[in-house]
Design a protein around this ligand. Structure first.
Ligand SMILES: [Zn+2]
Length: 485
């Protein structure tokens, strides 16, 4: 692309000015015509959120995205940047990236008259045409829009001269996309200024009226409950958002797992082979799904997809540590790695007042057991695992922990051929790590189905005979040190 360096060259090149909304709309139409993906990396919104976003862009609307935490709202907004032109010409040296054909700031208007076709042009890449502000009650008009610069006043300029204004982030994002996160947290005063500048193209700064007809797409986000809360948002600003898009959590567990796969920093720095069994991912996603249904957890703030992502990362870290300590070739997470989620779930959920008699860990532990049982029951019928239960009935017990070597499980599996069948059901092969992981999953599943007893000893878990079972025969008792005895 030929990038003109002066206004004269730009005019001769045939470049045509378009407003940001028109640019977005026309580029989107072009991509739709070419059947390109408009929102790459956004999963699970194909039939709900994305069609609404498309309609909003086609209608040149400012957009309000309503959703609980961790629903990819920011990501959705950043994806819009990809719909802008690769490069945009602006007046060189202008703080608000003025349109070369019709500058709005005082300085540029004067220079345009003085320099004519020699007015310098700079080219802005689309990534730089995005501004973002997290709204908090202490965000001020000067942060967002601008302030009177005392140095410029001291230089002898009068307050009626708009060159004394130091521009805030909003005017600096002129001709781009501006995102305000958590809109209801803006003070009323800032909301009024924001509305004035967007709607009327002017704003009062310290009693001084500045005319700034900015050109931008404004996208705001809010939690639905904060948004509807009376008086949190001034009515005229509410009216300005012609399109409201409601986001949601993944409807299917598979989507939650796909997002985890996409987002987790799973590149464990090691030459070891990393294999995360499907059921481990399902349990992690299942835990988040349970949390989203749990009455003791505050559902109006929500349970972010980030809970699944961090839990996945910490379970993988626990398995990685074992591989390092025991010098194992494979990294395969197991049930005994799952307690790692207690730390990574912390802060991702808010316990309701009514649930205060239970700690966060107790609640997460209960939900985790529910998730494991649900996933186990989808893979197995307890009847099919009778041979495993019989071994325990005969007096076996198995000791497992996050630190048990994977090789320790092999002897147990040898005794119970049905476990090899189970491996197939789980889509695993019989490497030591996979055997260990599958064994733990089955033992825990049987325990949660009340078929085996479980005893917690320090950092170890011991699975034993069920209480209803007949008395053990001492014949199968084995020696210590073989992992089960
Ligand atoms: Zn300017």
């Amino acid at each position: 692309m030929n990038k003109s360096q002066t206004l004269g060259e730009l005019r001769a090149s045939g470049w045509i000015y378009r407003s940001v909304k028109k640019e977005l709309m026309e580029n989107m139409v072009a991509r739709m015509t070419a059947k390109e993906i408009l929102f790459p990396g956004i999963l699970g919104y194909d039939e709900t959120v994305i069609p609404e976003m498309e309609n909003a862009i086609l209608s040149s609307h400012d957009i309000l995205i309503l959703g609980e935490r961790g629903q990819a709202k920011s990501r959705l907004i950043r994806t819009l940047v990809q719909l802008l032109d690769d490069w945009m010409p602006a007046v060189g040296g202008c703080e608000i990236l003025d349109n070369p054909f019709a500058p709005i700031c005082h300085e540029c208007r004067i220079r345009a008259v003085e320099m004519g076709d020699r007015l310098p042009i700079i080219w802005i890449p689309r990534e730089e045409r995005f501004g973002e502000k997290l709204a908090t009650p202490d965000v001020s008009v000067s942060d967002l829009i601008g302030d009177v610069d005392p140095i410029k006043v001291a230089e002898g300029r009068y307050l009626s001269d708009e060159r004394v204004i130091h521009f805030g982030i909003l005017p600096r994002t002129n001709r781009g996309i501006f995102a305000i996160n958590e809109l209801p947290d803006l003070s009323e005063k800032v909301q009024v200024s924001l509305f004035n500048i967007l709607e009327e193209g002017d704003v009062q700064i310290k009693g001084f009226k500045v005319r700034l007809p900015l050109d931008m797409l404004i996208v705001a986000t809010a939690n639905p409950e904060d948004y509807t809360h009376r008086g949190r948002i001034i009515t005229p600003l509410k009216d300005r958002y012609s399109s409201q898009v409601r986001t949601h959590y993944p409807i299917k567990r598979e989507i939650e797992m796909d997002i985890v796969d996409q987002e987790a920093q799973a590149n464990v720095s090691s030459d070891r082979r990393v294999l995360v069994p499907g059921y481990i991912k399902e349990v992690i996603a299942g835990l988040t799904f349970e949390a989203r249904q749990c009455p003791e957890i505050n559902q109006s703030s929500g349970v972010s997809v980030r809970m699944s992502i961090s839990n996945y990362e910490s379970v993988l870290a626990s398995a990685h540590k074992r591989a390092i300590r025991l010098n194992e070739a494979e990294i395969v997470p197991r049930i005994s790695d799952l307690p790692a989620v207690f730390a990574s779930s912390r802060g991702k959920i808010e316990i309701e007042y009514a649930g205060e008699d239970q700690t966060e860990v107790e609640i997460v532990d209960r939900l985790l057991r529910r998730a494991i049982r649900g996933i186990f029951d989808r893979y197995f019928r307890v009847e099919d695992l009778e041979p495993v239960i019989r071994i325990f009935d005969a007096g076996a017990s198995v000791e497992v922990s996050a630190d048990s070597p994977s090789s320790q499980y092999k002897d147990f599996v040898k005794q119970v051929p049905v476990l090899r069948e189970a491996l197939k059901v789980l889509g695993l092969s019989d490497s030591p790590g996979q055997l260990a992981s599958a064994t733990e999953f089955i033992l825990e599943g049987l325990h949660l189905n009340q078929k085996l007893n479980k005893e917690l000893r320090k950092d170890k878990t011991v699975y034993k005979i069920s209480p209803q079972a007949p008395k053990p025969k001492p014949t199968i008792k084995r020696e210590r040190g073989e992992g089960f005895h």
